[in-house]
Design a protein around this ligand. Structure first.
Ligand code: CDT
Length: 328
């Protein structure tokens, strides 16, 4: 049986604070329809695809941010997307902020099959940024304030293959792909919101595009899986977000690429059987991996940054920060 899927990387342009949820969902539905017209089985939307990237602002009381979170999925605003998916027979992946009935907050993604049923849910494991207000930054990155970390990477039997999810910063960590790969993942779906400006070390700004493709491509190749990386891109509330959404083959080659910073669909034929060309040969994990040699160290978090190095990094941050205006 053929296991060739048509997959659309549905990059989004910016979502501004004033953009109402129903308008955003209309954009998602339009991308879904473009996907259907291109023959897509699956359309992949980015991280936090329903709202602006709200962790860029501090609020004293988390409850003041409740309106950014979804308490049910589908809810009244998102139901049109599910209805249209079922009508068109196109599945989707969607990132959003989740607030559970027990009051837990997660940066979440779901996988929805072509019949509109939710077949998988993932909560972001690697939360970047900081948890305190850091006024020296041009933009906050308060994911560690707004979200709790998820507790694992699972795979799902869906779309005729083995599908995994990760979210944004997860894609920079080799463990993400390897933990998915060890579970037989053939297709990893990863949405992102990546500010071009990295305040702790602005020397990395010019490398954002390079690092994005570096990790997506190496993660795909080293684990013999397809990887779909999808951005929310462009100038969002004055913060420039990286685009360059890509569908990467198990060879590590880019099979489809977005070339704008707006709403755009990049489509590729994703042959899941190409994975075995890697996972059955060079990356035959069962045959070649040496967990007994890697040892317990792989279960450790890693060394702390030495105090002297930390101090030097903090000095660098202070010297590159904009001086605060008097009286501000
Ligand atoms: N959304 C997200 O995870 N963004 C991070 C920014 C890192 S800097 C705080 C990323 O890895 O792209």
């Amino acid at each position: 049986m053929s296991r060739v899927l048509t997959v659309g990387a549905a990059q989004m342009g910016p979502i501004q604070l004033a953009d109402a949820r129903p308008e955003v969902v209309e954009r998602l539905v339009a991308l879904l329809r473009s996907g259907a017209a291109a023959g897509c089985d699956l359309v992949v939307f980015p991280e936090l695809a329903l709202t602006t990237f709200f962790p860029r602002w501090w609020v004293d009381d988390l409850a003041d941010a409740d309106h950014f979170y979804e308490t049910e999925m589908p809810g009244p605003d998102t139901r049109p997307l599910f209805d249209e998916a079922r009508r068109l027979g196109v599945g989707f992946h969607l990132g959003y902020a989740e607030l559970t009935s027990a009051g837990h907050r997660y940066n979440t993604a779901i996988l929805v099959e072509r019949d509109g049923s939710i077949v998988g849910r993932y909560r972001k494991v690697h939360l970047p940024g900081h948890s305190e207000h850091e006024p020296w930054r041009a933009f906050q990155h308060l994911e560690r304030y707004y979200f709790e970390a998820g507790d694992g990477f699972a795979v799902h039997g869906a779309f005729g293959g083995v599908v995994g999810m990760a979210i944004c910063n997860d894609r920079r960590w080799p463990e993400t792909y390897r933990v998915l790969g060890l579970q037989g993942c053939e297709l990893a779906l990863i949405g992102y919101n990546t500010p071009i400006h990295y305040a702790p070390d602005p020397a990395q700004d010019r490398l954002q595009g390079f690092h994005n493709h570096l990790v997506l491509q190496s993660g795909a190749y080293q684990n013999g899986m397809w990887v779909v990386g999808v951005a929310k891109a462009g100038e969002e509330e004055g913060c420039a977000l990286l685009g360059e959404s890509a569908i990467v083959a198990p060879s590590g080659e880019i099979a489809a690429l977005c070339t704008t910073d707006g709403d755009e669909l990049a489509v590729a034929e994703v042959d899941l059987d190409l994975c075995a060309g890697y996972t059955g040969t060079l990356f035959d994990f069962h045959r070649y991996r040496r967990p007994e040699v890697y040892g317990r160290i792989t279960a450790q978090r890693g060394p702390e940054v030495p105090a002297g190095v930390r101090a030097a990094l903090d000095d660098n941050v202070e010297s590159t920060a904009e001086p605060e205006e008097e009286g501000s």
